[in-house]
Design a protein around this ligand. Structure first.
Ligand code: PRX
Length: 631
């Protein structure tokens, strides 16, 4: 079974094997890794029950496979390059042997602090080496990491910490983002007033700002790490032991803590990293995501390190100190694979091309995108100006729930079709469902995207709520995994993902559920009701438009729109702020009381052409009022 796919024939053969001889196929890939005990069964899955078990009976450790396994041959090779926010600050190159020592020290420290196998540890850190080290140390001792993006507010942090009753939070004094300094520890302190489960807080020092330290709860990392031993035996984990929880927004209610387990996730992320980025020894790979999202978990930390790669971690933002920063970093480290989001590409494409042309990008071999559909203009700009028309673009489609990339071009194998994710990777069988819930088998069709068979890194459950997991992903089309996305398949069988078909809106690549934002708005004392929809935005892809009904007319001095955005920032985070707010005397509702969002979406988009059937509305007259009041 071949692990590396570098030719069309290898792809065709691997794909065929993966479909026809599933067990042998995945077994062959899994044998590339170190297992302390082999598996009894390769796969034991039931889509109807949402039950997935891979490599049952086997024991392994993903950190051992990410670091220790490479020490013999690669101990002096750089594992992680850390590029700080400020370009004049010295970058750090962490070799595999140094990373090993750092992770062992951290693992020993966590154990000394009372963290045991199975305990949950929240990690709320900026993009500094301590973040990768903490993740790997948790996995080394079998603690379940729950990384929470350090742009979330204290309320969002508290909700996530409590949902999985984390015993510890690892954070920093503050974070640097462009020319801003953010008081991370202050946010943690506020969150922890609501989190009785947290016993200890470890604090990395980054900004050296004055912070409050609570006795017997808060500890600075540095002195403790200095004392910790650099020898540590990786804990033997069952293949199905939870590795991490990562929260993602749902269309309703509270965020979903997606649970990924050890063995299947390891095999799948490593395999897809190697093949989608055609990684060769000594390449320098850079993914610009934050480790707070799944892209960072799978393709900054685990996928690259499992392959013994050199992975770059960037602390800053693309626009600081100028919009040439990404291109400068590519030139500085001679990056070979570059992986970013369409929203960043669109923002940088608006800047003077001089910011690109100042740098030598000839090291690039493959460039990628992820997180949202890329529009043709952005794809062409990326292809021409960054890839110089010689680097294949890998438009990778996947989700927090899928753990790894499912549909993506493979470099020099798949056709380059702007905006198309093209082919499923080996082991993945995407299908499109028609209006009646049946598979559409012909090409040149559109439908709801489902996946027919399980793959090793499919999420196993939602933390504490298997019923919700089953209902969200496995009931709309029984026997299939429903992605929540719509897609098109062209006449040649190539896939293009068109966007969400549920109430999740992707803003600048971040998934935002409408319900939690509406709940936040409704906390404003003057708000009676609200509904959020997305509308197209040049840079963010989508922006948020809020329709808000007030209990009474506001007095002229109150800026309710500002207050609403302030509440959203506090409850969720600045990423969920509304771009436009329109006050209306009511919302279009069906007789059963359901808001007809399709009408609101059209109004927000400025498309008044055809609202479809509005006869089932309880209050059809409201449509005209809302249309006339569009902001
Ligand atoms: O709608 C799809 C979109 O992002 C969603 C998943 O978001 P999240 O769980 O945050 O993971 C993002 C990073 C993997 C999907 O349901 N999406 C992701 N990649 C693409 C995409 N839409 C179109 N094209 C893509 N390449």
């Amino acid at each position: 079974m071949s692990y590396n796919i570098r030719t069309r024939e290898e792809y065709t053969r691997s794909y065929q094997n993966s479909v026809e001889k599933k067990t042998e196929f995945w077994e062959g890939i899994a044998k590339e890794f170190t297992w302390f005990k082999p598996w009894n069964t390769v796969m034991n899955c039931d889509m109807k029950e949402a039950s997935f078990k891979w490599f049952e009976g086997a024991k392994t450790n993903i950190t051992f496979n990410s670091i220790d396994r490479h020490l013999e041959r690669k101990s002096e090779q750089t594992a992680i390059i850390f590029e700080p926010n400020m370009p004049n600050e010295q970058a750090t190159h962490i070799s595999y042997s140094v990373l090993h020592k750092k992770v062992c020290k951290m693992a020993n420290l966590l154990s000394e602090m009372g963290i045991n196998k199975g305990d949950r540890v929240a990690i709320y850190l900026p993009m500094i080496p301590e973040l990768a080290v903490s993740v790997l140390a948790c996995a080394r001792i079998g603690a379940v990491h729950s990384v929470i993006f350090a742009g979330f507010s204290s309320g969002a942090l508290a909700a996530r910490v409590n949902d999985s009753s984390c015993k510890m939070v690892i954070t920093a004094d503050g974070s640097f983002r462009g020319n801003k300094t953010i008081d991370l520890k202050g946010i943690v302190d506020e969150a922890l007033t609501q989190c009785p489960c947290v016993e200890k807080v470890l604090v990395a020092e980054r900004t050296m700002t004055q912070i409050k330290m609570k006795n017997n709860r808060d500890y600075f990392l540095k002195p403790l790490l200095e004392k910790a031993s650099e020898k540590h035996e990786a804990v033997h984990m069952d293949a199905e032991d939870p590795l991490f929880i990562l929260y993602t927004s749902g269309s309703t209610g509270k965020p979903k803590g997606m649970v990924h387990t050890t063995g299947g996730y390891m095999v799948y992320t490593a395999y897809t990293f190697n093949n989608v980025f055609a990684y060769e020894p000594n390449d320098v790979y850079w993914c610009t995501a934050d480790i707070g999202w799944i892209t960072g978990h799978s393709y900054i930390v685990y996928g690259p390190l499992l392959n013994g790669a050199t992975t770059l971690m960037f602390e800053g933002v693309p626009s600081y100190p100028n919009p040439g920063r990404f291109w400068e970093v590519i030139d500085k480290y001679k990056v070979n694979q570059f992986y970013t989001a369409p929203t960043a590409i669109r923002a940088l494409a608006k800047e003077s091309i001089e910011h690109v042309n100042r740098y030598d990008l000839s090291s690039l071999k493959i460039i990628g995108t992820v997180g949202e559909p890329i529009n043709e203009e952005a794809w062409q700009w990326y292809n021409t100006n960054i890839g110089k028309k010689k680097c294949p673009i890998v438009d990778t489609w996947w989700q927090t729930e899928t753990g790894g990339i499912l549909i993506s071009p493979l470099p020099h194998i798949s056709p380059q079709i702007p905006t198309f994710a093209t082919n499923p990777l080996p082991g993945i069988e995407p299908v499109l469902m028609d209006e009646n819930g049946n598979e559409s088998n012909e090409n040149d069709t559109v439908g709801k995207l489902c996946i027919k068979y399980p793959w090793p890194s499919i999420a196993r459950t939602i933390w504490g709520d298997h019923k919700r997991y089953k209902e969200t992903y496995f009931t709309a089309f029984p026997g299939y995994y429903f992605t929540g996305d719509g897609a098109k398949r062209n006449k040649d069988g190539m896939f293009r993902i068109t966007g969400r078909v549920d109430d999740v809106i992707i803003v600048s690549g971040h998934n935002l559920g409408t319900a939690p934002i509406e709940d936040a708005i409704n906390e404003h004392p003057m708000v009676a009701e609200s509904a959020i929809v997305g509308f197209p935005h040049d840079i963010k892809g989508n922006a948020l438009y809020g329709f808000v009904t007030l209990k009474e007319l506001p007095d002229g001095n109150k800026n309710i729109k500002l207050e609403i955005n302030k509440i959203i920032s506090e409850k969720i985070g600045p990423i969920a702020k509304l771009d436009r707010i329109q006050f209306t005397s009511g919302l279009p509702k069906t007789r059963s009381g359901k808001i007809m969002r399709r009408i609101l979406r059209k109004i927000a988009e400025g498309d008044f052409s055809n609202f479809g059937d509005i006869s089932t509305l309880l209050n059809p007259e409201i449509v005209e009022e809302i249309k006339n009041g569009r902001v």
